[in-house]
Design a protein around this ligand. Structure first.
Ligand code: G3P
Ligand code: CA
Length: 354
């Protein structure tokens, strides 16, 4: 019995090592750190998402990339905002009554800059609130680049998502122009482009063929077809997040079809959703099962999964063979990877004057 078990254990171990090595060499080929620490909307567990303190904190903790969602103002400036509308993360309803449900593109930069993008965080998370978060401003792409360039000892890259790109024709070309003007297109692996939208992926590839690109994956309309065959709108369910969290790809072929589509459109990897232990039924579909990651690596595609914050989830994802993680808790993930000299979040925020 013992004679059988030990070789099996070694065989499993070496299979795992082979897949980890495959991912590492794919990352190396694109000059991408492995495993990559991607600070999702900055260090957004500890500071208001997509604001200066969130990005400064992510940089000072040592994150590999500052993640951001790109949109455009009415007067054509590239800004960093996640949601289509501003109600969740600002005082837009008080500042612009009657326009609160308008999209980001309805506002000029001056109007967006007049919003308080920090007080909502203090109200939502009183245990992590800081007075200086109140009155934080929405940032432009250039301001996030300034932060990425602002400390010679910490040089995070940029991980940029074209958000709802159908609303912003030409945003891919405009992004290229800004990155080029700032000298970010000549530095291998320092910028990664990401999108859920296959059309935007193709346009990003056309504009910036040399820049690594990731196709984000989820199960639902416009992405992987669900086994349930249902869309939320037709499901009769009340809880959107719970509905989507329960979805799974229709079948193996449907998942593989999306990998092939990513590859064909010029992506060097995918960004699949991952299940979160801390969100219960509000989690995301599990698209990082070992066979999925192996199939990605077999096609020469890296896997950067979103968005995990708990050490037990980090461990599961790494064991399943992913090559990097989007996280709201960059410090926690850096410590999990045993990266050297990761400071405490509260101390960094104190030092930065927040
Ligand atoms: O960009 C990766 C992850 O951020 C995708 O989800 O909705 O947080 O942009 P979301
Ligand atoms: Ca994003």
């Amino acid at each position: 019995m013992r004679i059988c078990v030990l070789p099996l254990a070694f065989a499993l171990l070496s299979t795992f090592d082979v897949h980890a090595e495959e991912g590492a060499s794919l990352a190396q080929a694109s000059s991408i750190p492995h495993p990559a620490v991607i600070a999702h909307r900055g260090a957004s567990f500890d500071a208001p998402e997509s604001t200066t303190p969130a990005y400064l904190l992510a940089r000072e903790l040592g994150a590999d990339y500052l993640e951001m969602d790109l949109q455009r103002t009415r007067d054509d400036v590239l800004v960093v905002v996640h949601d289509d509308v501003l109600t969740r993360t600002s005082d837009v309803a008080q500042r612009f009554p009657g326009r609160e449900n308008k999209p980001v593109s309805d506002f000029t930069l001056a109007e967006l800059k007049s919003l308080d993008a920090g007080s909502w965080f203090n109200q939502a998370y009183p245990q992590r609130a800081r007075k200086a978060f109140a009155g934080q401003r929405i940032l432009t792409l250039d301001e996030v680049i300034d932060i990425a360039e602002g400390d010679p000892d910490r040089r995070p890259g940029l991980y940029i998502e074209t958000k709802v790109p159908g609303q912003f024709p030409g945003i891919e070309r405009q992004l290229k122009a800004r990155l080029q003007a700032r000298g970010w297109l000549d530095q291998p692996g320092r910028v990664i482009l990401q999108t859920f939208d296959r059309n935007s992926l193709a346009l990003l590839h056309e504009e910036m063929p040399q820049v690594p690109k990731i196709l984000l994956l989820w199960v639902g309309k416009g992405s992987i077809e669900p086994k349930s065959g249902q869309d939320f709108a037709d499901s009769g369910e009340q809880d959107k997040a719970a509905f989507y969290a329960r979805q799974a790809p229709k079948d193996t072929q449907e998942f593989l079809r999306w990998l092939d589509a990513a590859k064909a459109a010029g992506a060097i990897g995918t960004g699949p959703s991952a299940r979160r232990s801390d969100l219960g039924e509000q989690s995301y579909a599990d698209l990082i099962q070992p066979w999925m990651n192996q199939a990605s690596h077999a096609r020469g595609l890296l896997v950067h999964a979103y968005t995990l914050d708990a050490p037990e989830d980090f461990a599961k994802a790494m064991a399943a063979g992913v090559d990097g993680l989007f996280t709201n808790r960059a410090g926690q993930l850096l410590r999990f990877y045993n990266r050297p000299a990761v400071p405490e979040e509260a101390q960094v925020l104190d030092r930065l004057g927040y």
